[in-house]
Design a binder for this molecule. Structure first.
Ligand SMILES: Cc1ncc(C[n+]2csc(CCOP(=O)(O)OP(=O)(O)O)c2C)c(N)n1
Length: 355
């Protein structure tokens, strides 16, 4: 049997998804530009030692990020992985708060305690940023379980990578989600690599839709380099999940243009392969499509990009000027008891009422 996506082959461009009205189409483009510019600056800040810990960029994957966020209602839930700056930005979290989180500042979306991998925004139902590969899958199903239990019409979108489909949590969660008919969409961002291992070397089954189907979860594949196609596919999945109360998997075929994280010699792929995929860059391609359709002109598109750069400049300024957490707050927020959050070095440790 032929391998569906042989290593290095750029999938042929399928028919693009429908373009929404002018305001929405322009907003999708502007948000992809914001995510791209934000991550470029985050990378620069990392090399200037302004950002500690890990930094995973999703440059190249913006169509999946924005397509996912624009398939959801405000009342839906979104949970992602450690590659999640864009998900927070697309969900509406202030870029200054996301940058400040990377900088470890008190004004960050997690008070500077989480860093790049743990962006979080409850007000926008963006439930993180998770560092453990596959760790977010059962938690995403948990959000869907609470929606199902309460009988409301919220859907959870749970983002994971191709590598995460090899984790035990993938099989365990999809099985239960199918049995319990949970309103959850598993969005597999298939960028073809788990760190430095290509999908052909890390997964016996490379057709990830089939992997879901084997567990009772129906799925479909989309062109993750095309924001309109991705939004349409995820939107359809979300609405079926909402109406029929059942899990669905969407496999978005995409590619990351940068290394896995900041220190990656990228020995596992060729420069030619990266360049080939860059021809499918979702931002210039969507820009060209909008120009061809008369939705924006070249100057208008350049203006959107300038606005994205200005937003990121302001975010960096905000993060730079924000205070560092006080050293004595080091243990704050470590655990909670009786609704109060305590640090284990608290001078007045809470008493467990049961003890
Ligand atoms: C349980 C666990 N094992 C290993 C790691 C180390 N690790 C971090 S990212 C990664 C690759 C995951 O690849 P994928 O799920 O495809 O996501 P991508 O990085 O491509 O977005 C690994 C193995 C981890 N964070 N957690």
């Amino acid at each position: 049997m032929a391998v569906k996506n042989p290593e290095g082959a750029v999938p042929p461009r399928p028919p693009s998804g429908p373009i929404p009205d002018t305001a929405a189409a322009t907003e999708w483009l502007a948000t992809m530009m914001l995510v791209r510019r934000f991550e470029e600056r985050a990378g620069e800040s990392y090399t200037r030692a302004k950002v500690g810990g890990f930094l995973h960029l999703a440059i190249g994957e913006e169509a999946v990020v924005v397509g996912a966020a624009r398939a959801l209602r405000d009342t839906d839930w979104l949970i992602s992985t450690y590659r999640s700056h864009g998900h927070a930005l697309a969900r509406g979290t202030d870029p200054g708060r996301v940058m400040a989180e990377l900088y470890g500042k008190t004004t960050g979306s997690s008070g500077g305690r989480g860093g790049s991998m743990h962006i979080f925004d409850l007000d926008r139902r963006f439930m993180g940023g998770w560092g453990i590969v596959g760790g977010n899958i059962p938690i995403g199903a948990g959000f869907a379980l609470q929606s199902s239990y309460r009988g409301n019409d919220e859907v959870t979108l749970c983002v994971l990578g191709d590598g995460a489909t090899n984790q035990g949590t993938f099989g365990e969660t999809l099985n239960l989600a199918a049995l319990w008919k949970l309103p959850v969409v598993f969005l597999v961002t298939n960028n073809r690599f788990g760190m430095g291992t290509s999908i052909e070397r890390h997964s016996a089954v490379t057709d990830l839709v089939r992997k879901g189907e084997g567990l009772g979860v129906e799925g479909q594949r989309c062109d993750g380099m095309d924001v309109a196609a991705t939004q349409a596919a995820i939107s359809e999945a979300v609405e079926i999940s909402r109406a029929e109360q059942r899990p669905i998997l969407v496999e978005a075929m995409t590619y990351r243009f940068r290394g896995h994280s900041m220190a990656d010699p990228e020995k596992y792929r060729t420069k030619e392969q990266v360049e080939e995929w860059k021809l499918r860059d979702p931002i210039p391609n969507f820009t060209e499509r909008l120009i061809a359709e008369g939705i924006v002109d070249k100057t208008g598109a350049e203006e959107l990009d300038k606005q994205a750069i200005a937003q990121v400049d302001a975010a960096v300024e905000f993060a730079d000027a924000s205070p560092e957490p006080a050293p004595e707050s080091l243990h704050d927020g470590v655990y909670s008891l009786g609704g109060e959050v305590h640090g284990w070095l608290s001078t007045d440790p809470p008493q467990d009422p049961a003890s």
